[in-house]
Write a protein that binds this ligand. Structure first.
Ligand SMILES: *Cc1c(COP(=O)(O)O)cnc(C)c1O
Length: 346
Protein backbone atom coordinates (compact mmCIF):
# COMPACT_ATOMS: atom_id res chain seq x y z
CA UNK A 1 0.00 0.00 0.00
CA UNK A 2 1.66 3.28 1.10
CA UNK A 3 2.25 5.32 -2.04
CA UNK A 4 0.71 2.62 -4.20
CA UNK A 5 -2.74 3.13 -2.78
CA UNK A 6 -5.37 4.54 -5.10
CA UNK A 7 -7.23 7.17 -3.11
CA UNK A 8 -10.71 7.71 -4.53
CA UNK A 9 -12.26 8.91 -1.26
CA UNK A 10 -12.50 12.55 -2.31
CA UNK A 11 -11.12 15.22 -4.61
CA UNK A 12 -9.96 16.94 -1.41
CA UNK A 13 -7.08 14.44 -0.97
CA UNK A 14 -4.95 16.05 -3.69
CA UNK A 15 -1.56 17.42 -2.60
CA UNK A 16 -0.17 20.60 -4.18
CA UNK A 17 2.38 19.79 -6.87
CA UNK A 18 5.77 21.42 -7.38
CA UNK A 19 4.56 24.26 -9.61
CA UNK A 20 1.77 25.14 -7.18
CA UNK A 21 4.18 25.06 -4.24
CA UNK A 22 6.59 27.32 -6.15
CA UNK A 23 3.76 29.81 -6.80
CA UNK A 24 2.90 29.71 -3.08
CA UNK A 25 6.51 30.27 -2.02
CA UNK A 26 6.88 33.23 -4.37
CA UNK A 27 3.56 34.91 -3.45
CA UNK A 28 3.65 38.56 -2.37
CA UNK A 29 1.79 38.81 0.94
CA UNK A 30 0.49 41.38 3.43
CA UNK A 31 -1.97 41.56 6.31
CA UNK A 32 -5.30 40.68 4.74
CA UNK A 33 -7.22 42.06 7.71
CA UNK A 34 -5.97 45.47 6.57
CA UNK A 35 -6.88 44.55 2.98
CA UNK A 36 -3.17 44.55 2.18
CA UNK A 37 -2.48 41.08 0.87
CA UNK A 38 -1.91 41.54 -2.88
CA UNK A 39 -2.30 37.81 -3.65
CA UNK A 40 -5.60 37.55 -1.78
CA UNK A 41 -6.85 40.74 -3.44
CA UNK A 42 -5.91 39.40 -6.85
CA UNK A 43 -7.57 36.01 -6.22
CA UNK A 44 -10.78 37.74 -5.12
CA UNK A 45 -10.74 39.96 -8.19
CA UNK A 46 -10.05 37.09 -10.59
CA UNK A 47 -12.79 34.88 -9.11
CA UNK A 48 -15.32 37.74 -9.10
CA UNK A 49 -14.58 38.28 -12.80
CA UNK A 50 -14.78 34.57 -13.66
CA UNK A 51 -18.15 34.33 -11.92
CA UNK A 52 -19.48 37.60 -13.33
CA UNK A 53 -20.03 39.10 -9.87
CA UNK A 54 -18.99 42.51 -8.48
CA UNK A 55 -16.86 41.26 -5.61
CA UNK A 56 -15.55 38.12 -3.93
CA UNK A 57 -14.15 37.03 -0.57
CA UNK A 58 -11.55 34.33 0.08
CA UNK A 59 -12.54 32.03 2.96
CA UNK A 60 -11.06 28.98 4.65
CA UNK A 61 -13.51 26.34 3.46
CA UNK A 62 -16.68 25.60 1.57
CA UNK A 63 -18.44 25.09 4.88
CA UNK A 64 -17.42 28.60 5.95
CA UNK A 65 -18.66 29.99 2.62
CA UNK A 66 -22.01 28.27 3.12
CA UNK A 67 -22.33 29.48 6.71
CA UNK A 68 -21.52 33.04 5.67
CA UNK A 69 -24.12 32.84 2.88
CA UNK A 70 -26.80 31.67 5.31
CA UNK A 71 -26.02 34.47 7.75
CA UNK A 72 -26.03 37.05 4.96
CA UNK A 73 -29.31 35.99 3.37
CA UNK A 74 -31.52 34.82 6.26
CA UNK A 75 -32.62 35.68 9.80
CA UNK A 76 -32.91 33.23 12.71
CA UNK A 77 -36.12 31.22 12.46
CA UNK A 78 -36.25 31.39 8.65
CA UNK A 79 -36.66 28.36 6.44
CA UNK A 80 -34.22 27.57 3.65
CA UNK A 81 -35.25 25.47 0.66
CA UNK A 82 -32.69 22.92 -0.53
CA UNK A 83 -32.50 19.77 -2.64
CA UNK A 84 -32.28 16.38 -0.93
CA UNK A 85 -29.04 15.52 0.89
CA UNK A 86 -27.27 18.83 0.24
CA UNK A 87 -23.89 19.52 1.80
CA UNK A 88 -25.18 22.50 3.81
CA UNK A 89 -27.73 20.26 5.57
CA UNK A 90 -25.87 16.92 5.66
CA UNK A 91 -22.12 17.59 5.87
CA UNK A 92 -21.70 20.60 8.14
CA UNK A 93 -22.28 18.99 11.56
CA UNK A 94 -25.42 21.02 12.24
CA UNK A 95 -23.70 24.36 11.62
CA UNK A 96 -26.65 26.03 9.88
CA UNK A 97 -29.11 25.86 12.79
CA UNK A 98 -26.29 26.63 15.25
CA UNK A 99 -24.85 29.63 13.38
CA UNK A 100 -27.70 31.09 11.36
CA UNK A 101 -30.65 29.68 13.32
CA UNK A 102 -32.36 28.42 10.16
CA UNK A 103 -34.24 25.23 9.37
CA UNK A 104 -34.23 23.38 6.07
CA UNK A 105 -37.00 22.10 3.82
CA UNK A 106 -35.67 19.56 1.30
CA UNK A 107 -37.64 19.34 -1.94
CA UNK A 108 -37.43 17.47 -5.25
CA UNK A 109 -35.47 14.25 -5.82
CA UNK A 110 -31.82 13.29 -5.84
CA UNK A 111 -30.66 16.89 -5.37
CA UNK A 112 -32.71 18.34 -8.25
CA UNK A 113 -35.95 20.28 -8.02
CA UNK A 114 -38.10 22.56 -10.14
CA UNK A 115 -39.57 26.05 -9.85
CA UNK A 116 -42.97 24.34 -9.34
CA UNK A 117 -41.50 22.35 -6.39
CA UNK A 118 -40.26 25.67 -4.95
CA UNK A 119 -43.69 27.23 -5.34
CA UNK A 120 -45.34 24.32 -3.56
CA UNK A 121 -42.91 24.51 -0.61
CA UNK A 122 -42.77 28.30 -0.23
CA UNK A 123 -44.12 29.70 3.04
CA UNK A 124 -44.84 33.44 3.06
CA UNK A 125 -43.57 35.86 5.70
CA UNK A 126 -46.14 37.16 8.17
CA UNK A 127 -48.08 33.91 8.42
CA UNK A 128 -49.29 33.07 11.95
CA UNK A 129 -47.66 29.64 12.09
CA UNK A 130 -45.24 29.21 9.16
CA UNK A 131 -41.53 29.97 9.26
CA UNK A 132 -40.83 32.46 6.44
CA UNK A 133 -39.02 30.91 3.46
CA UNK A 134 -36.32 33.43 2.59
CA UNK A 135 -33.60 31.52 0.73
CA UNK A 136 -33.20 28.77 -1.84
CA UNK A 137 -29.88 26.92 -2.17
CA UNK A 138 -28.82 24.98 -5.26
CA UNK A 139 -25.83 22.62 -5.12
CA UNK A 140 -24.12 22.24 -8.52
CA UNK A 141 -22.69 19.73 -9.06
CA UNK A 142 -24.60 17.78 -6.44
CA UNK A 143 -22.30 15.57 -4.40
CA UNK A 144 -24.58 13.00 -2.79
CA UNK A 145 -26.70 12.83 -5.93
CA UNK A 146 -23.62 11.40 -7.68
CA UNK A 147 -21.99 14.58 -8.97
CA UNK A 148 -25.00 15.42 -11.11
CA UNK A 149 -25.45 18.77 -12.81
CA UNK A 150 -28.40 20.99 -11.89
CA UNK A 151 -30.03 21.74 -15.29
CA UNK A 152 -29.34 25.37 -16.10
CA UNK A 153 -32.82 26.14 -17.47
CA UNK A 154 -34.28 24.91 -14.17
CA UNK A 155 -31.75 26.94 -12.13
CA UNK A 156 -32.84 30.01 -14.05
CA UNK A 157 -36.53 29.25 -13.50
CA UNK A 158 -35.96 28.55 -9.77
CA UNK A 159 -34.06 31.81 -9.22
CA UNK A 160 -36.62 33.85 -11.18
CA UNK A 161 -39.42 32.35 -9.10
CA UNK A 162 -37.45 32.90 -5.88
CA UNK A 163 -36.92 36.57 -6.76
CA UNK A 164 -40.63 36.97 -7.55
CA UNK A 165 -41.43 35.51 -4.11
CA UNK A 166 -38.98 37.88 -2.42
CA UNK A 167 -36.49 35.12 -1.63
CA UNK A 168 -32.72 35.19 -2.07
CA UNK A 169 -30.80 32.52 -4.01
CA UNK A 170 -27.41 30.95 -3.30
CA UNK A 171 -25.38 28.57 -5.41
CA UNK A 172 -23.18 26.13 -3.50
CA UNK A 173 -20.75 25.71 -6.36
CA UNK A 174 -18.01 23.85 -4.52
CA UNK A 175 -17.71 21.89 -7.79
CA UNK A 176 -19.00 24.61 -10.16
CA UNK A 177 -16.02 24.19 -12.48
CA UNK A 178 -16.94 20.51 -12.80
CA UNK A 179 -20.47 21.59 -13.76
CA UNK A 180 -19.00 24.00 -16.31
CA UNK A 181 -16.82 21.22 -17.72
CA UNK A 182 -19.75 18.79 -17.89
CA UNK A 183 -22.13 21.22 -19.61
CA UNK A 184 -19.77 23.35 -21.68
CA UNK A 185 -21.40 26.41 -20.09
CA UNK A 186 -19.15 29.16 -18.66
CA UNK A 187 -19.00 29.41 -14.85
CA UNK A 188 -20.24 32.98 -15.24
CA UNK A 189 -23.34 31.70 -17.02
CA UNK A 190 -23.98 29.06 -14.34
CA UNK A 191 -23.61 31.67 -11.58
CA UNK A 192 -25.64 34.39 -13.30
CA UNK A 193 -29.13 33.59 -11.92
CA UNK A 194 -27.93 33.53 -8.28
CA UNK A 195 -27.52 36.37 -5.80
CA UNK A 196 -24.47 34.72 -4.24
CA UNK A 197 -22.20 31.88 -5.33
CA UNK A 198 -19.28 30.01 -3.81
CA UNK A 199 -16.59 27.86 -5.37
CA UNK A 200 -14.04 25.54 -3.74
CA UNK A 201 -10.36 25.68 -4.57
CA UNK A 202 -9.51 22.61 -2.47
CA UNK A 203 -11.60 20.06 -4.39
CA UNK A 204 -11.03 19.31 -8.08
CA UNK A 205 -8.81 22.36 -8.47
CA UNK A 206 -6.19 20.76 -6.26
CA UNK A 207 -5.41 23.55 -3.76
CA UNK A 208 -4.53 22.77 -0.16
CA UNK A 209 -7.02 25.26 1.32
CA UNK A 210 -9.80 27.60 0.43
CA UNK A 211 -13.10 28.61 -1.09
CA UNK A 212 -14.31 31.91 -2.52
CA UNK A 213 -17.75 33.47 -2.16
CA UNK A 214 -18.87 36.03 -4.77
CA UNK A 215 -21.77 38.44 -5.21
CA UNK A 216 -22.75 42.12 -5.04
CA UNK A 217 -20.07 44.41 -3.55
CA UNK A 218 -22.39 45.52 -0.74
CA UNK A 219 -23.14 41.91 0.28
CA UNK A 220 -19.49 40.85 0.15
CA UNK A 221 -18.56 43.86 2.30
CA UNK A 222 -20.95 42.52 4.96
CA UNK A 223 -19.49 39.03 4.54
CA UNK A 224 -16.14 40.26 5.89
CA UNK A 225 -17.64 40.81 9.34
CA UNK A 226 -19.34 37.41 9.38
CA UNK A 227 -16.12 35.71 8.34
CA UNK A 228 -14.42 37.30 11.35
CA UNK A 229 -17.30 36.26 13.64
CA UNK A 230 -16.64 32.70 12.52
CA UNK A 231 -12.94 33.08 13.30
CA UNK A 232 -11.98 33.10 9.64
CA UNK A 233 -10.20 36.45 9.23
CA UNK A 234 -6.85 35.96 7.48
CA UNK A 235 -3.44 37.51 7.84
CA UNK A 236 -0.75 36.64 5.23
CA UNK A 237 -3.14 34.33 3.38
CA UNK A 238 -1.58 35.23 0.05
CA UNK A 239 0.54 32.14 0.48
CA UNK A 240 -2.60 30.03 -0.01
CA UNK A 241 -4.38 32.45 -2.35
CA UNK A 242 -1.43 31.97 -4.72
CA UNK A 243 -2.30 28.28 -4.93
CA UNK A 244 -5.81 29.30 -6.01
CA UNK A 245 -4.49 31.64 -8.69
CA UNK A 246 -2.22 28.88 -9.96
CA UNK A 247 -5.12 26.39 -10.01
CA UNK A 248 -7.40 28.77 -11.93
CA UNK A 249 -4.72 29.01 -14.61
CA UNK A 250 -3.70 25.35 -14.78
CA UNK A 251 -6.23 22.95 -13.27
CA UNK A 252 -9.55 23.78 -14.90
CA UNK A 253 -9.23 22.43 -18.43
CA UNK A 254 -7.96 19.10 -17.12
CA UNK A 255 -11.18 18.41 -15.13
CA UNK A 256 -12.43 16.63 -18.27
CA UNK A 257 -9.88 13.88 -17.51
CA UNK A 258 -11.41 13.35 -14.06
CA UNK A 259 -14.85 13.09 -15.65
CA UNK A 260 -13.64 10.55 -18.21
CA UNK A 261 -12.01 8.54 -15.41
CA UNK A 262 -15.26 8.53 -13.42
CA UNK A 263 -17.09 7.24 -16.51
CA UNK A 264 -14.45 4.53 -16.92
CA UNK A 265 -14.97 3.31 -13.34
CA UNK A 266 -18.76 3.64 -13.58
CA UNK A 267 -18.86 1.65 -16.81
CA UNK A 268 -17.02 -1.22 -15.14
CA UNK A 269 -19.11 -1.06 -11.95
CA UNK A 270 -22.42 -0.93 -13.83
CA UNK A 271 -21.67 -4.42 -15.15
CA UNK A 272 -20.48 -5.80 -11.79
CA UNK A 273 -22.47 -8.28 -9.74
CA UNK A 274 -24.70 -6.71 -7.08
CA UNK A 275 -24.19 -3.10 -8.18
CA UNK A 276 -27.11 -0.77 -8.81
CA UNK A 277 -25.82 2.24 -10.69
CA UNK A 278 -27.70 4.56 -13.02
CA UNK A 279 -25.06 5.66 -15.54
CA UNK A 280 -27.16 8.76 -16.29
CA UNK A 281 -26.07 10.11 -12.88
CA UNK A 282 -22.37 9.89 -13.80
CA UNK A 283 -21.94 13.39 -15.18
CA UNK A 284 -18.76 14.64 -13.54
CA UNK A 285 -16.01 13.28 -11.26
CA UNK A 286 -18.22 11.36 -8.82
CA UNK A 287 -19.75 7.88 -8.93
CA UNK A 288 -22.33 6.98 -6.27
CA UNK A 289 -23.58 3.40 -6.44
CA UNK A 290 -25.77 1.08 -4.38
CA UNK A 291 -25.10 -2.49 -3.32
CA UNK A 292 -28.01 -4.83 -3.93
CA UNK A 293 -29.18 -7.42 -1.36
CA UNK A 294 -26.74 -10.35 -1.48
CA UNK A 295 -23.77 -8.11 -2.30
CA UNK A 296 -21.45 -7.05 0.54
CA UNK A 297 -22.64 -3.95 2.42
CA UNK A 298 -20.85 -0.61 2.02
CA UNK A 299 -18.63 -0.96 5.10
CA UNK A 300 -17.51 -4.42 3.99
CA UNK A 301 -16.75 -3.41 0.42
CA UNK A 302 -14.91 -0.28 1.58
CA UNK A 303 -12.81 -2.37 4.02
CA UNK A 304 -11.97 -5.08 1.47
CA UNK A 305 -11.10 -2.46 -1.15
CA UNK A 306 -8.82 -0.70 1.35
CA UNK A 307 -7.03 -4.03 1.97
CA UNK A 308 -6.31 -4.04 -1.77
CA UNK A 309 -5.13 -0.41 -1.69
CA UNK A 310 -8.29 1.20 -3.12
CA UNK A 311 -9.84 3.84 -0.86
CA UNK A 312 -13.54 4.76 -1.14
CA UNK A 313 -16.12 6.25 1.23
CA UNK A 314 -19.40 4.70 2.38
CA UNK A 315 -22.33 7.07 1.81
CA UNK A 316 -24.94 4.89 3.48
CA UNK A 317 -25.36 1.29 4.69
CA UNK A 318 -25.41 0.06 1.07
CA UNK A 319 -24.18 3.13 -0.80
CA UNK A 320 -20.60 3.98 -1.78
CA UNK A 321 -18.93 7.01 -3.37
CA UNK A 322 -15.96 7.02 -5.72
CA UNK A 323 -14.38 10.38 -6.55
CA UNK A 324 -11.72 11.03 -9.19
CA UNK A 325 -9.20 13.88 -9.12
CA UNK A 326 -5.90 15.15 -10.43
CA UNK A 327 -3.79 12.83 -8.25
CA UNK A 328 -5.24 9.61 -9.75
CA UNK A 329 -4.25 8.65 -13.28
CA UNK A 330 -6.38 6.86 -15.84
CA UNK A 331 -4.28 3.72 -15.27
CA UNK A 332 -4.89 3.91 -11.51
CA UNK A 333 -8.64 4.33 -12.11
CA UNK A 334 -8.69 1.33 -14.46
CA UNK A 335 -6.79 -0.73 -11.87
CA UNK A 336 -9.21 0.36 -9.12
CA UNK A 337 -12.21 -0.57 -11.28
CA UNK A 338 -10.70 -4.01 -11.87
CA UNK A 339 -10.13 -4.58 -8.14
CA UNK A 340 -13.68 -3.49 -7.26
CA UNK A 341 -15.19 -5.79 -9.90
CA UNK A 342 -13.08 -8.67 -8.58
CA UNK A 343 -14.23 -8.04 -4.99
CA UNK A 344 -17.88 -7.86 -6.08
CA UNK A 345 -17.63 -11.05 -8.12
CA UNK A 346 -16.19 -13.02 -5.17
C1 LIG B 1 -16.95 19.89 -0.03
C2 LIG B 1 -18.17 20.69 -0.19
C3 LIG B 1 -18.39 21.85 0.55
C4 LIG B 1 -17.48 22.39 1.63
O1 LIG B 1 -16.37 21.79 1.88
P1 LIG B 1 -15.22 22.08 2.93
O2 LIG B 1 -14.76 20.71 3.20
O3 LIG B 1 -15.80 22.78 4.08
O4 LIG B 1 -14.24 22.93 2.19
C5 LIG B 1 -19.53 22.57 0.33
N1 LIG B 1 -20.41 22.16 -0.58
C6 LIG B 1 -20.24 21.06 -1.33
C7 LIG B 1 -21.26 20.70 -2.35
C8 LIG B 1 -19.11 20.28 -1.15
O5 LIG B 1 -18.96 19.18 -1.87
Amino acid sequence: MGNDRIDLRSDTVTAPGEAMRAAMAAAPVGDDQYGEDPSVNRLQQVVAERLGKEAALFVASGTMANQIALKLLTRPGDEVIVGQEVHVAWHETGAAPANAGVQFAAIGRGGLFTAADLDAAFKPAGHVVYPPTTLVVVENTHNRGGGIVFPQAEAEAVCARAAALGMASYLDGARLFNAACATGLAPERLAAPFDLVSIALSKGLGCPIGSVIAGPAETIARAIRIRRMLGGAWRQAGIVAAAGLHALDHNIDRLAEDHANARLIAGALAGAKGVALDLATVQSNIVVFDLAPGAPDAATLVRRAAERGVLLVPFGPRRVRVCTHLDVSREACAAAAGILCELLAA
